[in-house]
Unconditional design. Sequence first.
Length: 394
Amino acid sequence: MAWKAPLADMQFVLQHWLRADRAWQAMPAYAEVDLDLAMQVLEQAARFSEQVLVPLNTTGDRQGCTLEHGNVRTPQGFPAAYRAYVEGGWPALACDPALGGQGLPVLLDAAMQEMLFASNHGWAMYTGIAHGAYLCLKAHASAELQARYLPGIVSGATLPTMCLTEPQAGSDLGLLRCRAEAVGEGRYAVTGNKLFISGGDHDLTHDILHLVLARLPGAPAGSRGLSLLLVPKWLEDGQRNAVHCDGLEHKLGIRASATCTLRFEGASGWLVGQAHGGLAAMFVMMNAARLHVGLQGLAHAEAAWQCARDYALERRQMRAVGHALGDADPIALHPAMRQVLLELRVRSEGMRALGYWTAHWLDVAAAAADPAQRTKASKLAALLTPIVKAAFTD
């Protein structure tokens, strides 16, 4: 794989399409961020992606993950790559400085996510949900839970999961059966099974925070009766929580991502947000995940374009009209192939413009000085996010 970060295209979108540097100057939270700083950040992200993640992409997918005595082992090189990611400060990029974050725009985080998914999708599945979990806990968790767990997510010492799907309930969350019962002192015992949980277990971090949708006793039927609970892999006293990985799924192309079947046997958990308000709390995380899934589509389109371009410039077959460079010309010169390549490039460039635009509206919604501008930006981001996910993945 010879993928290279499309930094020039990224800069074009930031500078000429979004004029992001001008917009940042008008937002107090980002007033010190200019185009030079933004490109320095993206250049370093490109260096990490190209030099650390790209070499692990093929080998990681060939090795896949293994389950040994209930513990998941990621492919060779994955833990070291994650340590380098943490040491570089990347988990904190768009997080609140008051919590140890760098306070940079979500737009830059979106550009970084494109690079991570393009260079090594399997590895990036472990980190991709972290910012959404950060936003969820920041918006809905109690002050005590925030103080206990947010710094770990921001620093990268802890990675989260999103535990929704169950064997009998795919996308229909109203069919979830996982239950949680109060056992005193604000603690709940969580019991049930979840499957298709990305990063449900791994060896990248010591602790893993599971955000679990479950039902409290007497909860209303359907999705209105769901509550959100935070269930750590390890308890504060050093004891292993009653969360077990029973199996690994095999997903084509991302075998290096641990997609787990989890079993909760009275595992200790704490309520996030209001009882029976779990879907509203989880939606903060799900909405961030929608944008990231869309960026995965963009990343694959860009990587596909680069691979196709390189191959078409090397493969020689027949003489191209108007060229006749020899007995056979590169297939990139044939009109039909040129159309395929150009369409792929145009689509990837268009997706980048739309995806980064959506991320930029999230920044405006969070940091604009004018309340009316924040409201407008929030509505635009809400409109564009599901479009980005659906269109880009298609």
